[in-house]
Design a protein around this ligand. Structure first.
Ligand SMILES: Nc1ncnc2c1ncn2[C@@H]1O[C@H](COP(=O)(O)OP(=O)(O)OP(=O)(O)O)[C@@H](O)[C@H]1O
Ligand SMILES: [Mg+2]
Length: 408
């Protein structure tokens, strides 16, 4: 649209101030006088405008169409080799897009050819495009359109925590994982809270363990409040570590949250009195407090009317919301994991305050979109520890670090 507006205004400019090289060309050649007059005389400006507009209207779409076709051609040739469909329903490539995560998304219009046919020939597609095929899917509402995501830099299926933990040198750092742009080391103070979600077995608790271990390494003075009301089994490995408080049931969890909020308020009062904007754990000699809540629905979901712990759940929702709102300045950070994100599980205001989002594999694309808060949620492959990380303008696929059984 912009381009065509530009070409229309170019037509007017051209008409009123004809380019010199055309005038010189006309003068140096033996063209009939009427052509020279129409081209050079000011009184013929409106004639020239119309002429240029007509030429633009005819040639502009042809040129743009040609450029697009040229860009798609190499992909079309490779797809044609695989001979999906016959001559009359040959699948057509309609767009090729490169995203910020070094991936190429090829959109195909395939009439009468099911997505399963493409999915079943993933190996052939990889060999034809000479790239890894990350996913092949179709739009539920428009099954004729197939989207193939290609990548020249496939992520590893396993990333060992101990091979990258030496990168954690600054206070508050932990590992997010391997992206196509390198290993991501995140400072928790920048987030300042992380929300992760994923279906059962996708890698949330494993991520928790490596993140906590990483934070213990980068911030030896930090305090950890670990809450897991479901089984408590995941965090048990940290139970005996100094500086770690642990809760498996609602009352101890509430005690931890109340304690964290009290400390946060005391720090905020201190900030007001001292006229500074935020606590620096190293300079101010106040430990960072990290509150990790696994299986968050067990404590943060809107309680059932008849639930015996109704009051406790209600209070914990309020406490966590307050910490999410004000924790940044007081060096109090939250890491929350849940299978699903909906406003009855994670309050909308809490969602808004969780700057970092990590979506592991989810049951549906809609669930995954809810975590990331954008349409960017693509199909996350069924690989344990594979996730989409979103923070600020960044949105990247990652392979999360894995701890071997001997660690910590
Ligand atoms: N980053 C990873 N790399 C490799 N394997 C992983 C990774 N994360 C998880 N796994 C594997 O997947 C299994 C399940 O992971 P995990 O317990 O973390 O899932 P979860 O999301 O917490 O599931 P649930 O919701 O049931 O608690 C692990 O035991 C491990 O074998
Ligand atoms: Mg778990």
């Amino acid at each position: 649209m912009d381009l065509s507006c530009n070409s229309i205004s170019a037509s007017f400019v051209f008409a009123h101030r004809p380019p010199q090289f055309i005038a010189r060309y006309l003068a140096n050649h033996d063209w009939p006088l009427w052509i020279q007059r129409h081209y050079l005389l000011p009184e013929y400006a409106s004639f020239r405008t119309w002429l240029y507009l007509i030429v633009t209207a005819i040639f502009f779409p042809l040129i743009v169409g040609g450029i697009i076709k040229m860009r798609l051609r190499p992909y079309q040739v490779k797809l044609d080799i695989l001979k999906f469909g016959g001559e009359e329903n040959r699948p057509r490539i309609i767009s090729v897009r490169h995203d910020e995560d070094s991936r190429t998304i090829v959109k195909i219009r395939a009439v009468g050819i099911g997505v399963e046919k493409f999915q079943g020939r993933k190996g052939d597609l990889q060999a034809a495009f000479n790239q890894t095929v990350e996913s092949v899917r179709s739009d539920e509402n428009a099954p004729q359109y197939i989207e193939i995501t290609l990548s020249t830099f496939p992520l590893p299926k396993l990333l060992r925590f101990d091979e990258h933990s030496e990168r954690l040198t600054e206070e508050g750092q932990f590992l997010i994982g391997q992206s196509r742009q390198g290993v991501i080391v995140q400072k928790i103070s920048e987030l300042p809270h992380l929300l992760m979600a994923g279906t059962t077995g996708s890698g949330k608790s494993t991520f928790f363990k490596q993140a906590i271990l990483g934070l213990m390494q980068s911030s030896p003075k930090a305090k950890f409040y670990l809450i897991d009301l479901k089984r408590g089994a995941e965090f048990r490995v940290f139970e005996k570590v100094p500086g770690v408080k642990f809760a498996k049931t609602i009352q101890p969890a509430l005690a931890l949250l109340r304690d964290a909020k009290k400390e946060m308020n005391a720090r905020l009062d201190h900030l007001d009195a001292a006229g500074i904007t935020k606590i620096d754990p190293e300079k101010d000699h106040l430990p960072r407090i990290i509150i990790a809540i696994d299986e968050a629905s067990e404590i943060l979901a809107v309680p059932h009317r008849n639930s015996p712990d109704k009051e406790g759940h209600h209070e914990s929702r309020i406490l966590v919301n307050d910490i999410a709102k004000l924790g940044r300045a007081a060096a109090v950070n939250l890491i929350v994991a849940t299978q699903k994100v909906s406003k009855t599980i994670i309050d909308t205001s809490l969602q808004e305050n969780m700057g970092g989002r990590l979506a592991f594999r989810m049951a549906t694309l809609a669930n995954s979109a809810q975590v990331l808060g954008s349409k960017d949620a693509r199909e996350i492959p069924a690989i344990e520890g594979r996730a989409r990380y979103q923070f600020g303008t960044k949105s990247l696929d990652i392979q999360a670090p894995f701890l071997t059984d001997e660690q910590p």
